[in-house]
Each structure stands twice: as C-alpha cells, then as structure tokens.
Write a protein that binds this ligand. Structure first.
Ligand SMILES: Nc1ncnc2c1ncn2[C@@H]1O[C@H](COP(=O)(O)OP(=O)(O)O)[C@@H](O)[C@H]1O
Ligand SMILES: [Mg+2]
Length: 324
C-alpha cells in the first residue's frame, strides 16, 4: 500500500473530508485487487460501505460543494443525505429483484472488475409520475451507504450553445471523485432547450453528449437516469443503459398495500381500505400516500388522535379530482 494513500487517508480524517477519504480508500482497494488480494479487497470494500457512508456519524461531514455553471451562479447538483428505504416502496417483484441485485452487485464491483465482468452501472428508471422513481434512487443510495447527488437539470440546461454539454462534463468529473449515487431526474429535460424549442439540432447534440459521457464513465459512482416521458426518448437510447426499469401504475392490490404501509403506526378506526383502494384505481402510488396524509391532517384539525372514515371521505374528492 502506497505511503501517499495512507497519508491522504490521515489527512482526510483530520480535515473531515469524506470525499478525499473515500477516494483514497477506493484507490487502496483497487490496488489490493490488482495484486489479487481479493479477500482483503472485498473486506475493505465491505467496511467502507458498512460505515453508513460517514467518517464519524457524530460529526458533520464535509463533502466538497458540487460544481457550478460557468458563471459560478448556479449549483449544478445537490448532495442529499437520502432517507427513504426500499421497504418503504411497494414495487413489482421484478423491479424489486433487479434493484436488490444491483445494490448487491455494486458492493461487489471490485470482484466483478477483477473477474473482467462488466458492471451494471447505468440504470434507466421510467414510468408515470408518482410511482417511485425518485424515491427508489434515494433508497438505493441508503442501501449502499452513499450520498445521493441530485443533478439539477434546470441549472445544467443552458441557453448558451454548447454550455449544457460543459455543465454535464462538470457533473461527470465530480462523480469521478467519489462513490455517489448520481440521479439525473427527469433527464428528458436535457432534450428541451431553455429558450427555443425549435433548436432541434442542439437538443439532439446535448442528449447524445449525455449518452456518450454516460457510456464512457468508468468512475466509482452508480448512474441513474429517470424519466416520466419514455415516449420522448429515442429508440437507440434504451440500449445505452445496462438496465431499464419500469415503474408502472399500481394494481388495486398494490394501492391497498401502500395505504396499509402509510397507516402503519397511525391510530385509525373504521377505515374501509378496500373501498379506498378501488376508488384510487388507475392512479399512482403517490395518490394513495397523499390520501393517508390528507386524512391524517383532517383528523388532526378536528383534534382527534384517531383517523376515522370521515377523514378519508373528506380527503378523497381532492385526490381523485387532481391530475397525477
Ligand atoms: N411504489 C411506491 N410505493 C410507495 N410509495 C410510493 C411509491 N411510489 C411513489 N410513492 C410515494 O409517492 C411520492 C412520490 O414518489 P416519487 O418517487 O417522487 O415518484 P416519481 O419519481 O416516480 O414521480 C413519494 O412521497 C413516495 O413515497
Ligand atoms: Mg420523480
């Protein structure tokens, strides 16, 4: 193990510079891997992940600020400590399975690399709004003990020609520095120029630049792209991702599950879950969640600690009337 990396680890510890710490730790792991010290590399990798992603949970962690645009005006991304867990989500079995497998696989990247097997590092999450794409990205980050880098596409997309691609490059360089889960949420917005929707050529160039950067990316982060509008995406685009996960609308049974999950630990009496689930048919998971929140608010406003059928019935019209 090189003295340089050891010094870097000690320095990072004192500076509470988590990114520098992780970078040095990853270098050490990769070096051990290259020496075919596979068991040691795997143990180190596990220890790095098991820490829950922080040097010292009791202290504030310094993650270098995400990059800004050329004028230094806008943050191009936001680092979040994610909170949601995979078990908070009601998903199709096939989707859960892939998510769980990918999480396990990311932990084993050094072993995959050593065996010359390709990583699944680029995932596309697609489906209608309110079915769990953003939340799943957060949950993956929690499971991996990694910070979530939410790319701010509104800041990335610039009206200056060529500037959008440079902004993307800045994001990818940042994601090279340490193991993040990077989320390009609603990334189809890249295809929309800020000023002039008719600039079709520029739009295509930006999306293809994004795909190229995604393709070429060999850094330590897991890259996720999410879209509510799969129809907008080019045919060829799907092939660029290692997995395409569809977050579809819930069945009535799944709506019931979301209602039950969100009512867990909430005092309630006389609720007709089956009826509510049928009434919400065709609407996303988010609608079921909002019904419970609105009903709880109604109960609280009438000074009741217990959610009753009247609270749900008062909330329902608002939920079914709004577009999702
Ligand atoms: N599959 C799901 N199971 C349980 N809750 C969900 C699910 N999908 C979405 N929700 C809830 O709905 C809200 C919006 O979900 P989000 O992940 O932002 O959806 P999307 O990104 O697909 O538009 C969140 O608060 C989340 O808890
Ligand atoms: Mg979303």
């Amino acid at each position: 193990m090189a003295g340089r990396q050891l010094k870097e680890i000690f320095r990072a510890f004192h500076a509470r510079d988590e990114l520098a710490f992780r970078r040095a730790a990853m270098e050490i792991i990769e070096e051990e891997q290259a020496k075919h010290h596979n068991a040691l590399a795997r143990d180190l990798q596990k220890l790095l992940v098991a820490g829950g992603g922080s040097l010292d949970p009791g202290s504030t962690i310094v993650v270098p600020a995400p990059p800004k645009d050329r004028e230094g005006e806008w943050d191009l991304g936001e680092v979040r400590e994610p909170e949601h867990l995979l078990e908070d989500l009601v998903l199709q079995d096939a989707v859960s399975l892939v998510l769980e497998n990918v999480v396990e696989e990311v932990r084993q990247w050094p072993a995959l690399d050593a065996a010359g097997l390709p990583r699944r590092q680029r995932l596309l999450l697609q489906g209608p709004p309110g079915c769990g794409k953003t939340t799943a990205a957060e949950a993956i980050a929690v499971e991996l003990g990694r910070p979530l880098l939410m790319v701010r596409l509104d800041a990335v997309v610039s009206s200056y020609l060529g500037e959008t691609s440079s902004n993307l490059r800045r994001i990818f360089e940042y994601a090279d520095q340490a193991p993040f889960v990077v989320l390009f949420d609603e990334f189809d917005a890249l295809g929309r120029s800020r000023d002039d929707a008719s600039e079709h050529g520029e739009m295509k160039r930006v999306v293809s630049a994004f795909l190229q950067m995604t393709d070429r990316y060999r850094g330590p982060s897991l890259l996720l792209a999410a879209t509510n509008h799969p129809a907008l995406l080019d045919e060829a685009l799907w092939r660029r991702f290692d997995e395409v996960l569809t977050f579809g609308l819930p069945t009535v049974h799944q709506i019931r599950q979301v209602l039950r999950l969100r009512l867990k630990g909430v005092a309630h009496s006389g609720l007709e879950i089956n009826r509510y689930a049928s009434a919400l048919k065709g609407r996303p998971h988010a609608a079921a969640e909002k019904l419970v929140i609105d009903a709880r608010r109604n109960a609280l406003l009438r000074n009741s600690a217990v959610v009753m059928a009247q609270d749900v019935d008062r909330a329902m019209p608002g939920i079914t009337a709004r577009p999702w």
